[in-house]
Design a protein around this ligand. Structure first.
Ligand code: ADP
Ligand code: ASP
Ligand code: MG
Length: 410
């Protein structure tokens, strides 16, 4: 049996008109394959609305109740969409995450999928041609509803595709594929025909929200072919697959940015073994993920420890740091949330030098000060002042000639 997974993001299900466009894609899918699993997001704006609603009721909402609340957004989408399909004579049925058997751990708000019950799906496919599944949600072993983190419907879709061994997982969104950078920020952005899992993973990790990070991890781990495309056009989209010879051989394949960044600096902590552990263990225990870490060189036995964290986690992180400040012996704790991260990504960087220098010179020419730097084999990231994000993205996009295909840059 040939199964196609199609995921529709928030804009694709926002209104009746939008849903009708998505419906056409499902009909087209059924012409190509035997069965379709349609995975839906909440209608655009709905998840944010629910999160705000919770904060009106409670300054620090109970995480389990918050998940139950925000998961309703997807439930609305699947019910409405299935009504449309059934009215069109399609044998369809809706499923919440729990009903389709998506089991997760208990990390409310950022749960990880543990397993999916293939039997439930197989059985449902006996009587139905389209299963419409609520993305972003699952259930714990003891029956609590969980959500997978923002953008998590991508992960639901890819995980389902892995379980049913789908021929393809189509991610329908509001842009025509994966671009060299966010096309809504940089008009020169160019659509890529193909991108490797590794590059996509790095792009997603660096903030390109077109695919959620864990969805790419799943796709890579289980070799799920993913096609990112638009609900609102016939454009062919971007394949996310294993690295292959058809991919462009450029040093840098994309520029990503992430405004969800905040910076904390612990001043004059003693430079001795165990200090980093004392700082980062309590953060990890609180499930806060630290991104970039820079330790200044030490002077007179003390050093500064700087790190970045998600903006919404800044107040919690600062509270934790203040609680250990005295034991650590830090003189000051400084923090700000008007920073952003811009990154250049490309597997071609592995074997070339000079990419970092090109990036730094380009930023310097625009007088953009770099506050922190981190590099890996296939990316360079800079923390800069938030207000320069757009300029920095466009500048780097131009510096690496990304508007033109197949140009060896740097
Ligand atoms: P959906 O609701 O369909 O999941 P998202 O808003 O999560 O859609 O993701 C699509 C958005 O990702 C686009 O509208 C675009 O602004 C943004 N984006 C960021 N970087 C890129 C990129 N490199 N290529 C394409 N889109 C990108
Ligand atoms: N509705 C969720 C969100 O807005 C999940 C998703 O759209 O992928 O983050
Ligand atoms: Mg998304």
């Amino acid at each position: 049996m040939r199964i196609l997974v199609q995921k529709f993001g928030g804009t694709s299900v926002a209104t009746l008109d939008h849903m009708r466009k998505a419906q056409l894609k499902v009909v087209a899918g059924l012409q190509k394959m035997d069965k379709v699993l349609a995975v839906l997001s909440a209608r655009s704006g709905e998840t944010n609305r629910l999160l705000e609603l919770a904060r009106e009721w409670s300054p620090d909402p109970d995480p389990a109740e918050l998940d139950l609340l925000v998961s309703t957004g997807e439930q609305i989408s699947v019910a409405l969409f299935t009504m449309l399909l059934k009215d069109a004579g399609i044998r369809a049925r809706s499923f919440t995450g729990r009903q389709i058997g998506i089991r997760t751990d208990r990390v409310f708000g950022k749960a990880r999928i543990r397993d999916i019950d293939g039997e439930i799906i197989a059985k449902a496919l006996l009587d139905h041609d389209v299963l419409v599944v609520a993305g972003f949600q699952g259930v714990t072993d003891d029956g609590r509803i969980t959500t997978l983190g923002r953008g998590g419907s991508d992960t639901s879709a890819v995980a389902l595709a892995a379980v049913v061994q789908a021929e393809l997982c189509e991610i329908f969104t509001d842009v025509e594929g994966v671009f060299t950078t966010d096309p809504n920020l940089c008009p020169q952005a160019r659509k890529l025909e193909r991108i490797s899992y590794d590059e996509m993973l790095e792009m997603a990790s660096m903030g390109a929200k077109v695919l959620e990070i864990r969805s790419v991890e799943f796709a890579k781990k289980f070799s799920v072919p993913v096609l990112v495309r638009s609900t609102f056009s016939e454009a062919p989209g971007t394949f996310v697959t294993q690295e292959d010879s058809r991919m462009e051989h450029v040093l840098v394949s994309g520029i990503a940015y992430d405004k969800d960044q905040a910076r904390i600096s612990l001043r004059s902590v003693p430079d001795r073994p165990g200090v980093a552990a004392a700082i980062f263990t309590p953060l990890a225990q609180a499930n806060l993920s630290v991104d970039m870490i820079v330790q200044n060189s030490s002077h007179d036995g003390v050093t500064d420890m700087n790190f970045t964290i998600s903006r919404k986690e800044l107040p919690r992180a600062v509270r934790i740091m203040k609680a250990i400040q005295k034991d650590l012996g830090a003189t000051d704790i400084l923090y700000d949330d008007n920073v952003a991260k811009v990154s250049a990504i490309g597997v071609g960087m592995r074997n070339h030098s000079g990419v970092a220098a090109t990036a730094f010179s380009a930023l310097r020419q625009e007088n953009i000060n770099i506050l922190m730097i981190s590099t890996s084999e296939i990316k360079i990231s800079c923390i800069i002042e938030d207000k320069y994000t757009e300029l920095a993205v466009r500048t780097l996009h131009e510096a690496f000639h990304l508007a033109q295909p197949d140009v060896v840059s740097a």
